[in-house]
Design a protein around this ligand. Structure first.
Ligand code: WAQ
Ligand code: MG
Length: 261
């Protein structure tokens, strides 16, 4: 007998990655019940095609079964926005937030400086985030050009609409914000993670954020000047935790947001 329903059907991770001749173009991912794989694959393909000319030279869609027993369900971080008139005021805000989350001032300053000047050894942006010792500021990711890519997270289908309503009520309907809040919520719940800071790499997008389990997702306006192409993410970790465990958790462990504040 064939039974319907999410539990019986199982969940699948769908990841899209598009590149042009010049390299990475865009990526997006979801975790969905089996029945939604065709629809969501098409949605993600659409995202890749929507990019400005020259458009993607190649798009890959990868579907993997998720071991439902391994899924960690977490609440969405609460969201707020702090005003900052210019990048130096925004940096002070970010610094104060990171310090209150348990990051040393030295470590926070080092990360903010790297995010603003190309954190990869070649002076460009990294593909993923830096892993930084919250106390000493030491860079711990094994590949400082690639960094660590957070993956395998989504909002549970049952509360997806609630999340959209929640964000709209804050005036934040852009998918970019939704993706950032989902990513930051996963990161905040990874054991050993102290805090995160993010600066967009998009020259037209100047809002960034600091996040942690206690602080929530704190958006900071004017983190950079329009036209600035430098961006990235820093994950501050407890120096006593295992870096291998943290990286594995960030990259591969499936997290689903099941509760919206
Ligand atoms: N894992 C780790 N690092 C990533 C990932 C990922 N999955 N995706 C992007 N990054 C890093 C990478 O270095 C990018 O250059 C950098 O983060 C910024 O990525 O208004 O748009 O996609 O609340 O440009 C946050 C504020 C916007 C939203 C974030 O990030 C809001 C944004 P972007
Ligand atoms: Mg970007």
């Amino acid at each position: 007998m064939r039974r319907e329903g999410v539990q019986e059907e199982g969940l699948y991770s769908i990841r899209m990655h598009a590149s042009s001749e010049k390299g990475h173009l865009c990526g997006a991912e979801r975790i969905v019940p089996r029945g939604l794989i065709p629809l969501i694959s098409e949605t993600l393909l659409g995202r890749a095609w929507k990019r400005r000319a020259p458009g993607p030279a190649s798009i890959s869609i990868r579907v993997d079964a998720v071991d439902t027993g391994m899924i960690r369900t977490i609440p969405l971080l609460p969201v707020r926005t702090v005003q900052a008139g210019d990048p130096s005021a925004a940096e002070s805000q970010a610094l104060a937030l990171l310090v209150s989350a348990g990051v040393s001032e030295r470590s926070a300053r080092g990360a903010l400086c790297a995010l603003g000047s190309g954190a990869s050894p070649d002076g460009r942006n990294m593909r993923g985030g830096m892993i930084i010792h919250a106390e000493t500021g030491e860079r711990l990711e094994p590949d400082p050009a690639r960094g660590v890519r957070v993956s395998h997270m989504d909002v549970a289908e049952a509360v997806r609409e609630d999340l959209q309503v929640f964000l709209r009520s804050h005036g934040l309907q852009h998918p970019r914000v939704m993706e950032a809040v989902i990513l930051a919520s996963k990161v905040a719940w990874v054991p050993g993670l102290v805090a995160e800071v993010c600066r967009s790499d998009d020259p037209g997008y100047t809002t960034g954020y600091v996040a942690s389990r206690e602080l929530g997702y704190v958006r900071i306006l004017n983190m950079k000047r329009p036209g600035d192409t430098f961006g990235g993410r820093a994950f501050f970790v407890d120096g006593h935790a295992s870096i291998e465990r943290i990286m594995e958790e960030l990259e591969d462990a499936p997290y689903l947001i099941s509760e919206i504040p």
